[in-house]
Design a protein around this ligand. Structure first.
Ligand SMILES: *Cc1c(COP(=O)(O)O)cnc(C)c1O
Length: 697
């Protein structure tokens, strides 16, 4: 938290532009509307090409162009105005209730901006939004993650509708990242004992406003090829890769903080991937401070907070116990910690010889506070992990909940943001229906335009005829009721629920008086065949004349596309199989932009639905069989679309404004801001968990 910005080493530009270099070197610009438009305007022709990364743009910029900017007084004055605000925003807050303490936040992925692709989906975006709000609020927080060389993957869809995965190498020297060095300006190299060898890692520091994010990187020539790829792919590889990554994140992460001089008062394990950090805490307490094993576990617990993010089994890592033992043996070598006792902390059912080693189990056993991410998910998690506290009543299981949120400034369209800043009061949005509606119409038209361009580019890549490429420009209708559905293609999310009744769907999409169109996007994990098959099914429907081109699958779901979608659609659709959606956050982003949710009563929507701010599909209960649940939900979904959503949207006044609809939009906005913001969420974590933990109350 120093005032002076460290610059990426290759970023060398004229002194007159040093303020610009400072701005580019801190991801704060990504959520400041003026800074964002400044960066996007530096070289509009190359902006997309550099994937919205101003550091790369400036490194590549012709010296003559840089000199021209350095001599442009108007430009310099604009930079100066933003830099002045930036410097103020970067000052540490001495009045924060945790001033002087440090919270360290560990996560396997961070979705901060599309220019830094080290995220997969909801978990990472939540982590990114957490850091931004921590910065806004002045919470003294640092974060730890991994500098993936290839991140997750870039998605394309081929001419048969199949997802193809593309891996582009991240070059950290061209990102706002600074390699951490010791006092002699030598890179800090961490050493971690793995079976039969030592793995080495360097550390990159990325500034997210006031928050420092430290990313571990094993892509060093000192490591063997396999170990260099420990930080190769997010959620790639096999069980062994995952264990190696998680050892690095937990054990290496804590060592990285120590190496840069940070001794956290609180460690927040955001999901179980980082839970091995408690092994390192226990090791230190025993070997450095001579504590007994029990005392060491208690000390580890006293500093840790854990958030579990999903009831779905695949999201709760569990490894072969023998396999984990091999690794932990090396970490604990010579420490005096008993390996069997340590292993027992991760055993789901200690009396079962085949019991796997669970990262959620380890986390629950080594943290003082644990929580799920919505009220319903808290309850589901208490039920799910009840067996770890067999003596306790389910309601007394020590898993609370903090409902997720989103970082509003990152997700609200800039025009709307301006409008809210001026006109959003406790009583709602103080502008006319027509003005609000027109703003929204503009955003929908922009979305349709963006999607048309993407579809044209895709057709070109598929080798389509010139006519077919040109025809993409008239696909979809910029004035039609537009439903958005974008999320991972995990089967429980039921992306194809809408396709279960094709005649009713065709009738809705083909209605020329009251047209409806649907935009779908999302990724399937590369190994998830059923998920890829779902995508392909949607693709086939999108090509079927029966649906009149009114349903489109948009490839390449990422933060940038998500922004267009949540800002431009009229309705956000969510169809998880209750109660498997722990929270969901995309619906919050849409609501903040005035798009009501049409969703199963699951995750955040159980709390978010207020009657007039959207619709609930189904009757919010659980069913005996998934088939029964699906059938009921399909019926409810179509009835809502036919009887409520479509008629209300097309019920227009003489001026063309849908008054009843705008009322729902207003309620959607008022209901979600500020209740489902990460500002509220980070404050909840601070009040309920970080504060008591940091103070050892
Ligand atoms: C918000 C977001 C998510 C998470 O949304 P869910 O509602 O949890 O599916 C995933 N990916 C991207 C790119 C997002 O912006």
């Amino acid at each position: 938290m120093t005032a002076k910005t460290q610059l990426p080493s290759q970023l060398q530009i004229p002194t007159a532009l040093s303020g610009l270099a400072d701005l580019a070197s801190n991801l704060w610009w990504t959520w400041d509307p003026d800074a964002r438009s400044l960066m996007a305007g530096l070289d509009p022709a190359r902006w997309d090409e550099v994937k919205h990364n101003p550091v790369a743009l400036l490194i590549d910029m012709e010296p003559s162009r840089l000199e021209a900017l350095a001599a442009d007084d108007e430009f310099l004055a604009r930079v100066e105005r933003i830099v002045t605000r930036f410097r103020v925003a970067m000052q540490p807050d001495p009045d924060h209730e945790l001033a002087g303490k440090t919270v360290a936040y560990f996560c396997a992925e961070f979705g901060i901006h599309e220019s830094m692709p080290i995220y997969s989906g909801g978990l990472g975006i939540l982590a990114g939004d957490h850091l931004k709000s921590a910065s806004d609020l002045g919470l003294p927080l640092v974060a730890v993650g991994m500098a993936y060389k290839f991140g997750y993957f870039h998605q394309l869809v081929d001419v048969t509708g199949r997802q193809t995965e593309h891996y582009l190498a991240n070059d950290y020297q061209r990102l706002p990242a600074v390699r951490q060095c010791n006092g002699d300006e030598e890179p800090i190299i961490l050493e971690i004992a793995y079976p039969g060898r030592t793995v080495r890692a360097q550390i990159w520091k990325v500034m997210v406003g006031r928050v420092a994010l430290y990313l571990l990187d094993t892509d060093l020539p000192e490591n063997n090829e396999e170990d260099r790829m420990i930080t190769g792919h997010l959620y790639g590889g096999n069980e062994d890769t995952r264990i190696r990554q998680e050892i690095l994140l937990g054990v290496g992460g804590l060592r990285a903080l120590e190496a840069v001089g940070i001794n956290p008062d609180v460690c927040h394990l955001n999901e179980g991937h980082s839970a091995f950090l408690s092994v390192e805490q226990i090791r230190r307490a025993v070997s450095r401070h001579g504590l007994s094993f029990t005392e060491a576990v208690a000390e580890s617990c006293a500093s840790n907070v854990f958030t579990t993010h999903t009831p779905v089994a695949a999201g709760n890592d569990a490894f072969s116990s023998d396999h984990v033992r091999e690794y932990l043996k090396c970490i604990l070598e010579g420490s005096g910690v008993d390996l069997d006792q340590l292993m027992a902390l991760g055993q789901d059912r200690p009396d079962d010889a085949n019991s796997r080693f669970g990262m959620t189990v380890l986390a629950l056993h080594t943290t003082r506070f644990a929580n799920g991410v919505s009220e319903l998910h808290g309850k589901v998690a208490r039920f799910m992990w009840h067996h770890l506290w067999p003596e306790a009543d389910e309601d007394d299981i020590p898993i609370a909940h903090v409902t997720n949120g989103v970082h509003m400034a990152s997700w609200i369209a800039p025009d709307l943001d301006l409008c809210y800043r001026e006109h959003l009061t406790e009583d709602g949005l103080d502008i006319s229906d027509a003005a609000f509606w027109n703003l929204h119409q503009g955003l929908r038209r922009r979305l349709v335009d963006t999607v048309r361009n993407k579809l044209a580019a895709q057709r070109r890549r598929h080798g389509a005829s010139a006519e077919a490429v040109a025809a993409a420009a008239s696909l979809l209708d910029p004035e039609a009721l537009t439903i958005g559905f974008a999320r991972r293609f995990a089967p429980y999310k039921r992306a194809t629920l809408l396709l279960r009744d094709r005649d009713r769907l065709a009738a809705l999409l083909g209605n020329t008086d009251r047209p409806l169109q649907i935009l779908m996007a999302g990724k399937a994990h590369p190994m998830n065949e059923p998920g890829k098959a779902l995508m392909q099914e949607i693709w086939r429907v999108s090509q079927d004349p029966m649906f009149a081109g009114r349903i489109q699958l948009v490839e390449g779901y990422n933060i940038a596309l998500a922004r267009f979608l949540v800002q431009g659609v009229d309705v956000w659709l969510n169809t998880p199989r209750r109660p498997l959606e722990a929270s969901g956050t995309s619906g919050m982003k849409a609501a903040a932009n005035g798009a009501p949710n049409l969703s199963i009563s699951d995750g955040w929507w159980v709390e978010g639905f207020e009657g007039g701010n959207g619709w609930v599909i189904g009757d919010g209960r659980e069913y005996d069989t998934p088939e029964a649940q699906d059938a009921e939900d399909v019926e409810s979904l179509f009835t809502l679309l036919e009887k409520e959503v479509v008629p209300t949207f097309y019920d227009r006044g003489s001026d063309g404004v849908p008054r009843k609809w705008v009322k729902i939009m207003r309620a959607a906005v008022a209901g979600v801001i500020p209740e489902f913001s990460t500002a509220r969420m980070v404050n909840d974590y601070t009040e309920d968990f970080y504060g008591p933990t940091a103070r050892r109350d």
